[in-house]
Design a protein around this ligand. Structure first.
Ligand code: SAJ
Length: 423
């Protein structure tokens, strides 16, 4: 049995840790590098901070001596393959690549000739060649494409997805040379069923942005149609279900109170920013952002109208928000539309309480709210129950049967209840 190939995965979050464990299970000798000492310590105790990796999986690769976490960058020295899985946020209307720059600067001095560096963090086309490689070359003294192999491979981790994981989600790989692509394909091929080669890093960077911009724009389309349908007296949910009977050329998306998460509201803005750099304008992307970002306030206006129809001002009304995480059955609050939505309700003087079994505390604009138990009394005493995120563990039929009025932004209550109004 040949010695296991040493691999370093930079960033042990929702992308890096599943990758590190899958590589270790496939027989690589993996070190997971992370800045956070407490996270490193927890990982080496076999405590997984990531829902998609169980403590048992982690303990198994730790026990097999195939995985260790560390904050010591010199552990990269022995790695044949280094994968960078750090955050790429977007704020102040611009990409924040500081995590990538810091990781590259820290790992570069430890790279040896012949190593492969793969960037997985979602970013604009050109990042690998124009930002990452210069830092790696300067820090290592190695020439990319000759002594150092570099590629981009977009992450496609969908947290909580029971059906699609690393092994059965095709992996796109684009290297700066055929050798770089070959080396990256070989690495992933040990634990991913299908690895799809593209001509270079830019094509791989752009493919990821296309995937998520596609969702961003189509969600905005149905959000806009939902607003129009309400004015036209048409049930948007019935219309989408009808259109979805078309077996070709259509893919259903559903309206909601806005678009959250670390991917869909963020990734397309990387593309839009990059296009603006060349004097262009990604009009579709920016219009879709405006439509999606307007949904929380639109939902508040609908709540206000529903209360008004019952001679109840929003000011002083008790609004029970159901589900605040950015999507169902997870606890992630990043970019959650519930945040601007609750803020708008508070700004209008509503008395807001919320129930979300995954989110114990909610901090909105300086106001701290705590998750309330969904008792009959809580349901009966609110003026309106506002369904923002439909967690499977919440009994929405009981909400409809107990609350005086329900505004359902997710069509969770598909049946018709006299006291339930849908977006
Ligand atoms: N949303 C809608 N209507 C829809 C679909 C989503 O309003 O029809 C909202 C969700 O409520 C959420 C936001 O959009 O607030 C994003 O939802 P998402 O289903 O796109 O979930 P994400 O953000 O976890 O996206 C991830 C992405 N995965 C990666 O980037 C690797 C995305 O590419 C996946 O397609 C998506 O999961 C998925 O399919 O679950």
């Amino acid at each position: 049995m040949s010695e296991p190939t040493p691999v370093a995965i930079i960033g042990q979050g929702y992308v890096g840790l599943p990758l590190a464990v899958a590589a270790a299970e496939a027989g690589y000798d993996v070190v997971g590098i992370d800045l956070a000492d407490e996270r490193v310590a927890a990982l080496n105790r076999g405590e997984s901070p990531v829902g998609d990796v169980s403590d048992e999986q982690l303990r198994s690769v730790l026990a097999a001596g195939r995985y260790r976490a560390s904050s010591d960058w010199s552990r990269v020295r022995s790695a044949e393959v280094v994968v960078i899985c750090v955050p790429t946020p977007y704020h102040d209307d611009a990409p924040d690549l500081s995590y990538v720059e810091r990781a590259a600067s820290s790992l570069a001095p430890h790279l040896h000739e012949g190593a492969v560096v793969i960037l997985e963090s979602t970013t604009y086309p050109g990042t690998t060649e124009e930002l990452l490689i210069p830092i790696l070359e300067a820090g290592s003294g190695l020439k990319a494409g000759v002594e150092l192999h570099v590629a981009f491979s977009p992450e496609r981790i969908d947290p909580g997805n029971e059906r699609f994981g690393l092994r059965n989600t095709p992996k796109i790989v684009g290297g700066i040379t055929d050798t770089a692509t070959d080396r990256a394909v070989d690495f992933y091929g040990a634990f991913v069923d299908v690895v799809h080669r593209v001509s270079g890093p830019k094509a791989a960077e752009m493919a990821k942005l296309l995937e998520n911009t596609f969702r961003h724009i189509n969600i905005a389309l149905v959000n806009e149609l939902a607003v129009l349908a309400d004015g036209l007296g048409v049930d948007i949910w019935e219309v989408i279900d009808a259109a979805a009977t078309k077996p070709f050329g259509f893919m259903p998306f559903y309206p909601g109170p806005g678009v959250g998460g670390h991917c869909i509201p963020v990734d397309p803005m990387y593309l839009s920013w990059r296009v603006r750099q060349f004097g262009g304008a990604a009009k579709f992307i920016e219009l879709a952002r405006d439509v999606n970002n307007a949904m929380p306030v639109y939902v508040v206006s609908r709540v206000q109208d529903l209360l008004n129809d019952r001679s109840k001002p929003l000011r002083g009304a008790v609004v029970l928000v159901l589900g605040v995480a950015y999507k169902a059955d997870i606890s992630d609050m990043r970019e959650s539309p519930a945040l601007p939505l609750v803020e708008a309700l508070l700004d209008k003087g509503a008395v807001v309480t919320y129930h979300d079994p995954h989110v114990p505390v909610l901090e909105v604009g300086g106001t701290l709210l705590r998750n309330v138990d969904l008792t009959d009394d809580v349901l009966r005493s609110c003026d309106i129950a506002l369904l923002v995120t439909a967690h499977a563990s919440v009994d929405h039929e009981r909400v409809a049967a107990t609350a005086p009025l329900v505004f359902d932004t997710r069509n969770a209550l598909r049946g018709s209840y006299p006291n339930v109004v849908r977006l």
